[in-house]
Ligand binder design. Structure first.
Ligand code: 13P
Length: 251
């Protein structure tokens, strides 16, 4: 049985008070979520510690949106894996398309970040996905394969237990345009094939693959119903407790 995960990527939203309010709304009703669905939230760095403290007795897992590839040192403005772990954070999102495009994070850099996270025994939610021009040119499988091969497929087979994948087509992020459930299923099945070829079928069958890009209460059910979709990475709709819970309850 694969893990089912519904994760909220809060991006650069919510000051401390706003986050406490959002978390309050989630904590009140978190018990209503099916027990086999793991609920995760990714607040900003400044909110990680209060979020961790406030969710200790709840089923909510707090994860980071990014981290630096080095352990410590002269890297002004950056946050290391041990800093994350020291405030209770054991999972990190790496390779989000906004990190790739706005902050120029390359596959090579992401490969380093993945190594550092695994070395620290952290879980990684590894994001990737094609741009609209790639899909229009019918290159979406190729682009995704390259992102996976260059950023992730160098890991040891035994490290896959710490990996969750998040397929987020760039053209569907924050645009209101969702990949159809069929498009998500088609890509997720293809990703499993890529993993089976590069590693083995067992790993391919075990890894959770989340879909991200304009998931909302109105479309979550259809997307989550697809056999190779194991949950979602939710942006905008995770900023409202009721919407986020409705998505988590769509399983
Ligand atoms: O980027 C996303 C999650 O990481 C998706 O964002 P939206 O749900 O706002 O499209």
């Amino acid at each position: 049985m694969r893990e089912k995960i519904v994760a909220g990527n809060w991006k650069m939203n919510c000051d401390l008070a706003e986050m406490e309010e959002l978390l309050g709304g989630l904590k009140n009703k978190a018990e209503s979520i099916p027990s086999d669905v793991k609920l995760m939230v990714a607040p900003s760095f400044t909110n990680l510690y209060p979020a961790f403290q406030s969710t200790k007795e709840t089923p909510i897992t707090v994860v980071a949106q990014n981290m630096h590839q080095n352990e410590n040192g002269a890297f002004t403005g950056e946050v290391s894996p041990s800093m994350l772990k020291s405030v209770g954070v054991e999972t990190v999102i790496l390779g989000h398309s906004e990190r790739r495009s706005i902050f120029h994070e390359s596959d090579e850099l992401l490969a380093e970040k993945v190594n550092t996270a695994l070395k620290h025994d952290m879980k990684v939610i590894f994001c990737f996905g094609e741009e609209l021009k790639d899909r229009k040119a019918d290159k979406h499988f190729e682009v995704v394969k390259e992102q996976l091969q260059n950023g992730l497929f160098h890991i040891e087979a035994s490290a896959w237990k710490n990996i969750v994948l998040a397929y987020e087509p760039v053209w569907a992020i924050g645009t209101g345009e969702t990949a159809s459930p069929e498009q998500a299923q088609e890509m997720h099945a293809e990703i499993r094939k890529m993993i089976a070829e590069a590693f083995n079928q067992e790993i391919a069958d075990q890894v959770a693959i989340l879909y991200g890009g304009s998931v909302k209460p109105a479309n979550a059910k259809e997307i989550f119903a697809k056999p190779d979709v194991d949950g979602g990475l939710i942006g905008g709709a995770s900023l409202k407790a009721d919407d986020f819970l409705a998505i988590a309850n769509s399983y």
